[in-house]
Ligand binder design. Sequence first.
Ligand code: FE2
Length: 449
Amino acid sequence: MTTSAPIHMAGHLAPVPDEIDAVDLPVDGALPPELTGRYLRNGPNPLPGEPSPHWFLGHGMVHGIRLREGRAEWYRNRWVRTKTLQGASMIGPDGTVDRSVGVANTHVIAHAGRIMALVESSFPHVLTPELATVGPCDFDGRLTTAMTAHPKTDPVTGELHFFGYGFAPPFLTYHRLSAAGELVTSAEIAVPGPTMMHDFAITDRHAVFLDLPMTFSLQRLSQGMPYGWDEAYGARIGLMPLARPGEVTWFDVDPAYVFHVGNASTDAAGRVVLDAARYAPADAVAMWEGLGPSAAGPAAAAATSGLARMYRWVLDPASGTVTETPLSDRPVEFPTVDDERVGRDARYRYAVGTSAVVKFDVDGGAVTEHALGPDTVAGEAVFVPSTAPDRAEDDGWLLTITTRRDGSASQLLVLDATDVAGAPVAAVTLRRGVPAGFHGSWIPDQELS
Ligand SMILES: [Fe+2]
């Protein structure tokens, strides 16, 4: 018998039906005692009997693993208690938009001691360290737009830079939280229309915006996902000096789509070097159709296993020119970088390939991988630095939740980032299959104290 379940309701993406708690988890290998904190990961998880019309629209569920001094104390999963989970709609009968309503399904981060579940259409939702939901947060009423699920923490200042986009004006707004968690800056940014801006970048002096041809249309709304490929929109990358919020210089680039940035930095000549997982136009169309409301089968499976490739743009504010260069032909998604090098020169990117965790040396060109075998899927690989003084950039660990296509128990894998291809340092068995989801964070205990 064949199944007609949409891609996001089957296999490694199939939602779980309940919330559980498991304690004293079995560990193969040895967990580094420095890993004392929580690995939290978010993803869409529709309620039983209520399939979501699109993978991106399921209710947020956060999976958490508590590690302490070499032990895996617990695993638990919790739906984010949003108004959406209780049936509320973001758009009221009179067309007004309530940003306190949303699925909170894309990322989970900590800033200024506050854990926040994020989705790009709504306000963040604050969680407790035990994954109970406190509620939506608008930073004392100062946030009036949605908040991207991909904010960036400047590793030097501790400020959190982010943006919100919307399908109605203002289409794009830049925001900044102080290191203490206060919303201190908001500035509208002019773009031609309602683009779906999933991620952005910062450097030590710029914010970098991706104004790309995935746009909103009312005609698509009835199909469940109002955004779609629109090559006529064009493609631009914008540089905004952090010292002059709202002043953006745009650079026309070849049409493409980007969900996820690897990193950006300023080079010795003052140019901005940006790299990201890029979908060429045909791959963007195939990916979007493969993820669509009625997608199923091999095309959809290909879409979720990655059609993007690491790519580099070099933008020169002095000359107004941009160069574009592929970095690798290896299909990947979910690129990550050492958080302590966000916006700064960094040699390594980590990413997810088909059944593999992949490490890129963007200076030397080497690509290495940790292969999981065809029946296992890797989640986003989050780099956790070692505590060694003067550590090398890759001295630390990669954490990833792996998911078996047959739904059997997932693992939290801990890889040595200096030796990605080597045997895992540790593998924690989670006592349930965790659906392959979106993004997460390692939150050390000291970040919450
Ligand atoms: Fe994302």
